[in-house]
Design a protein around this ligand. Structure first.
Ligand code: ADP
Ligand code: MG
Length: 261
């Protein structure tokens, strides 16, 4: 694959619900291997962007290319779809299946995969996220942070029948919401580790400053359907841009109105 191909190329991408515009002609180029954070108030459309990237939603207008090919929205029968792995805001684990079964779930689909290979892949992924010892437990027996780590293990597993798994796009929607600071740190380390292990690139959506600062190289600020600001993580920490300053300090004074939250 030529090096100049972008992981994500978004051109004038718009999304509206009924008549209500959420995303307004967004442009974004993301290079292979890049780690990006998207921040913005609740309801600004961050999860919508991730769902568009994952091909779960059809945009109202605009172009989206992943790894140099047009994203073929909602085509579940696509022969060789781009490798996009969405780690949901809530881990969405199946309560009646064990941790091992949850992680191996997608691999089991169709039943044509060797059980020993599935077991080995799953246990290796669980080892990476520090959950090797709880593979036989049910999700309900784990803490919130551990449940999130299960969903990370699931994202680590590549589906053997996919050819394009060399450079996946990993999407994390509020991965540390509601976790204590230590559990946050653990998840933040895992995001970077998972992304590197998978040799992929990542987009993290988060309100948590430590998560943004520890997982991303570049930050985009979404507000009013547009990217209002973009810069490196260092620029994000120092920026005097009123949107960025207000987001960082949580101030009621600034361009983002509390009524929008
Ligand atoms: P964020 O993740 O930034 O909090 P979302 O992307 O979830 O924001 O939502 C953006 C806007 O789109 C919100 O106003 C939300 O109410 C609206 N929205 C999201 N999903 C739907 C849907 N399925 N039907 C109608 N409106 C929706
Ligand atoms: Mg959201």
């Amino acid at each position: 694959m030529a090096q100049h191909i972008a992981a994500v190329e978004m051109q004038s991408l718009s999304m509206q619900w009924e008549k209500f515009p959420v995303l307004n002609r967004l442009n974004l180029t993301m290079r292979l291997g890049e780690r990006l954070a998207i921040v913005g108030p609740s309801g600004s459309g961050k999860s919508t962007i991730l769902r568009l990237l994952a091909g779960l939603l059809l945009p109202t207008s605009g172009e989206l290319q992943l790894f140099g090919e047009k994203q073929d929205f909602l085509r579940l029968d696509q022969i060789n779809p781009p490798d996009v792995r969405l780690v949901f805001q809530n881990p969405a684990l199946l309560g009646s299946l064990t941790v091992e079964e949850n992680v191996g779930f997608l691999l089991q689909r169709g039943g044509k995969v060797d059980q020993e290979i599935v077991h080995r892949k799953v246990m290796a992924a669980l080892e990476e996220v520090g959950l090797y010892d709880v593979s036989n437990k049910l999700p309900g027996q784990l803490s919130g942070g551990m449940q999130k780590r299960v969903s990370f293990a699931r994202a680590l597993i590549n589906e053997p029948y996919k050819e394009k798994s060399a450079m996946p796009l990993l999407l994390y929607d509020e991965p540390t919401a509601g976790l204590d600071p230590v559990a946050c740190t653990r998840i933040e380390d895992l995001i970077v580790k998972t992304t590197k292990l998978a040799c992929g690139c990542s987009i993290v959506v988060s309100h948590v400053l430590s998560t943004i600062e520890r997982t991303a190289e570049r930050v985009l600020m979404l507000y009013g359907g547009r990217f209002q600001w973009g810069g490196t993580i260092q620029e994000f920490k120092e920026s005097k841009n009123p949107f960025v300053k207000q987001f960082r300090t949580g101030s009621l004074q600034g361009p983002m109105q509390p009524a929008d939250h």
